[in-house]
Design a protein. Structure first.
Length: 385
């Protein structure tokens, strides 16, 4: 088996962990960072004592009861409907493993977080992609999704708000695809790691739908990717048992200390998510003006949710050199060839709480340099054809 290079992580690791990382991180897809000190400062004395008494041993493969109760409260389900995982990544791995029957296929959005397509391929699944097209505002065409399904389809995945485009499904579209899948015995999976970060019309969680499998994580809207905690909401009891069995073979459990810190974060979720929403909304307003100013060189679709946008170079050029040049000037973006769309780049606007406008000014200065470099010099003549 040959595992293809993970270009996205290679790029981020190259710059995030360099001796001198770029000053402005516009490549990451997370919210504003929290330190352990900041999170612990939210605790009262009794909670702090409970945390300090955490035994550093294996926890349950299903997740601690305390954590599952808090997730259930946030999702409007019961604790028995929740299984904790090592981030949403392990949740997806488990779902694709269980779908990997001979000849089976899964329906996925494109573009999408690269491992979400690579993993099912490695497991022998056929992946069928429905496109989120910029000329259509990156909206999902529900009819396109339905046409891809057949009697070998085991799973339909939606990601709303979507990484990297920021597209969202409406409640009506979510219900339409859920009902379509349920009627055909296809598992409907809603990846909601950015819920409830919206920039306009909000969408309810698919956890309210009776046959939906919902994925969540602390990495995006809850802004604590280092905890490596995610979850699955599921009402099918047979699937729930299989999730726990699969996890027993994979990671066994989360670190108990991470689970306890996750409980702390969930109990303060309004504050944590509120901070992420405020930072993202403020920065998005600056992006509105930025892309208006540079409309001749950069195209974009304004994201309707999440904390990433997926702009493109208007001349159709390869954005990797563009991103590399900006990284040298202290601004980190993520090139679109990580998604097989080289003219695009991912622009994360949730991490930087202060100085966002300064980072945009650096990009503006670079674009001006770029224009000057391309401008014909005075007195230059062109030979006749």
């Amino acid at each position: 088996m040959r595992i293809p290079p993970f270009l996205l992580d290679e790029w981020l690791n190259l710059y995030h962990f360099s001796p001198k990382p770029p000053e402005f991180d516009f490549a990451s897809s997370t919210g504003p960072h929290w330190t352990a000190r900041q999170l612990l400062a939210l605790l009262d004395a009794d909670e702090r004592e409970t945390l300090f008494e955490t035994e550093l041993v294996y926890s349950s493969a299903t997740g601690s009861e305390r954590l599952r109760r808090e997730i259930a409260l946030a999702q409007g389900v019961t604790a028995e409907d929740v299984r904790v995982t090592t981030g949403a990544s392990e949740a997806l791995l488990i779902l694709f493993l269980l779908a990997a029957e001979p000849g089976a296929n899964v329906l996925l959005p494109s573009p999408l977080f690269p491992p979400t397509e690579v993993i099912p391929n490695l497991l022998g699944l056929e992946t069928r992609s429905y496109r989120l097209r910029r000329e259509n505002g990156f909206r999902i065409d529900t009819d396109e999704v339905k046409k891809l399904a057949d009697d070998k389809t085991r799973l339909i995945l939606v990601n709303s708000p979507h990484n990297p485009t920021g597209a969202t499904l409406s409640d009506e579209e979510m219900r339409e695809l859920h009902d379509f899948a349920a009627q055909r015995g296809i598992q409907f999976v809603s990846d909601e790691v950015y819920h409830p970060i919206y920039h306009g019309r909000e969408t309810n969680s698919a956890a309210s739908l009776p046959h939906a499998t919902v994925l969540g994580s602390f990495s995006k809207s809850l802004s604590a990717s280092g905890l490596r905690v995610g979850w699955i909401v599921e009402r099918d009891r047979a699937r729930l048992r299989q999730y726990a069995d699969a996890r027993g073979y994979f990671t066994i459990s989360n670190a108990p200390l991470s689970e306890e810190l996750a409980v702390v974060a969930l109990r303060r979720r309004d504050r944590i998510i509120g901070r992420a929403q405020t930072v993202a909304a403020s920065n998005l307003a600056l992006l509105d003006e930025f892309f208006k100013e540079h409309a001749g060189e950069l195209g974009w679709v304004r994201p309707r949710g999440g904390m990433t946008a997926f702009p493109w170079l208007a001349d159709g050029g390869d954005a990797r050199d563009f991103c590399r040049a900006l990284a040298e000037r202290g601004v980190l973006l993520l090139p679109g060839d990580c998604w097989g769309m080289p003219e695009h780049f991912r622009f994360g606007f949730g991490v930087t709480a202060e100085g966002f406008s300064e980072g945009l000014s650096r990009i503006t200065d670079f674009l001006k340099e770029r224009r000057r470099a391309r401008r014909p010099r005075a007195g230059t003549t062109h030979a006749a054809a």
